[in-house]
Design a protein around this ligand. Structure first.
Ligand code: PEP
Ligand code: MG
Length: 316
């Protein structure tokens, strides 16, 4: 029992019957790496590269500066996975040189991948810097685009990655309901999906993630959100590809079990949450997680979904 407790507090993420669910860290730059390593992260599931860009709102950081920052993160996970998200500017993270100043609804405007497709030189520099940063390192680099709406977006991103000569897997974030609904079509262009549940909740419920008054609708236990997660995970499974979660939802230990039951293949979160998620996941079998997921999806509210999953997992 002592050995089991020990492995549940350090080893790779898995259910009690050995179904592996890699536990990855969300990082904003090299400064977040020590905590991720300390927590036993199996890699990085979301490197939010926009933090590199926030120092100077007038221009992008030089290629050299980007190479150094990417390399510092990539070096920390030999034989591990590092998923880098290309710049996600706009909406709550505007940049003067990318974000139009006069948008009535910035969250629905030119943000994420849309900004990069409007400024291909910024995307090109970022992808070239990543290609240089990974040279000679044994890490598995994956690169993904934020705010992919459809197959056209996914193809544009994959084309840009190929043109930059990047040796990596290319993926799409699922943050817009259209991407979840047509995940199979998007997967014709990219090799993996990553669910950004923070934005996916915002766009599914028409509830601004920065407005406290509508926070009830931002609850990731909302059954409608779970349905979109299930659709995405099922599409990925049908295509033989992976579908992770890198939004806040992954950091809730009970919800992490439900997401696993929905077919999600990896979970990425702030490093501090990893030990709790690892320990909780290790208590239940995959079949229990699946039953909890079904119970949560049958509920009519976030609170009911949470209670239903809890009841299943505690054997009530
Ligand atoms: C998300 O939207 O869930 C996500 C992971 O991206 P961010 O929180 O950086 O928008
Ligand atoms: Mg997002």
């Amino acid at each position: 029992a002592r050995k089991a407790a020990l492995s549940a507090s350090t080893g790779p993420g898995a259910t009690s019957d050995g179904h592996k669910v890699p536990l990855l860290a969300n990082v904003g730059g090299p400064g977040d790496v020590p905590a991720a390593v300390e927590a036993g992260a199996e890699g990085v599931g979301l490197f939010r590269t926009e933090f590199l860009f926030l120092d100077d709102s007038k221009q992008a950081p030089s290629e050299e500066k980007q190479v150094a920052a990417y390399r510092a993160v990539l070096e920390a996970f030999p034989e591990g996975r590092v998923v880098v998200r290309v710049l996600d500017a706009g909406a709550d993270k505007p940049l003067d040189f990318l974000t139009p100043a006069d948008e009535p609804n910035p969250a629905l405007g030119v943000r994420g991948l849309r900004s990069l497709l409007d400024h291909p030189e910024v995307l090109r520099t970022q992808l070239t810097a990543l290609a240089k940063a990974v040279e000679g390192l044994p890490v598995y680099l994956e690169v993904m685009a934020p705010m992919v709406a459809d197959r056209i977006d996914a193809k544009a991103f994959a084309d840009a990655c190929r043109e930059a000569g990047l040796q990596a897997k290319f993926g799409a974030m699922v943050e817009i309901p259209s991407a979840a609904l047509r995940a199979r079509s998007i997967l014709q262009e990219v090799e993996f999906l990553s669910l950004g549940t923070n934005d996916l909740a915002q766009y599914t419920f028409a509830a601004d993630r920065q407005v406290g008054a509508v926070s009830r609708l931002q609850d990731p236990w909302q059954p409608a959100l779970l349905d979109l997660v299930a659709l995405s995970a099922e599409a990925a499974r049908a295509e033989g590809k992976s579908c992770g979660v890198c939004g806040e939802a992954a950091a809730d230990p009970l919800l992490a079990c439900v997401l696993t039951g929905l077919g999600v293949t990896s979970l990425s979160m702030g490093a501090a949450s990893i030990p709790y998620v690892r320990a909780t996941l290790a208590k239940y079998t995959l079949a229990q997680c699946e039953r909890a997921a079904n119970a949560a999806r049958s509920a009519d509210s976030a609170d009911e979904a949470r209670s239903a999953a809890q009841a299943v997992l505690s054997g009530e």
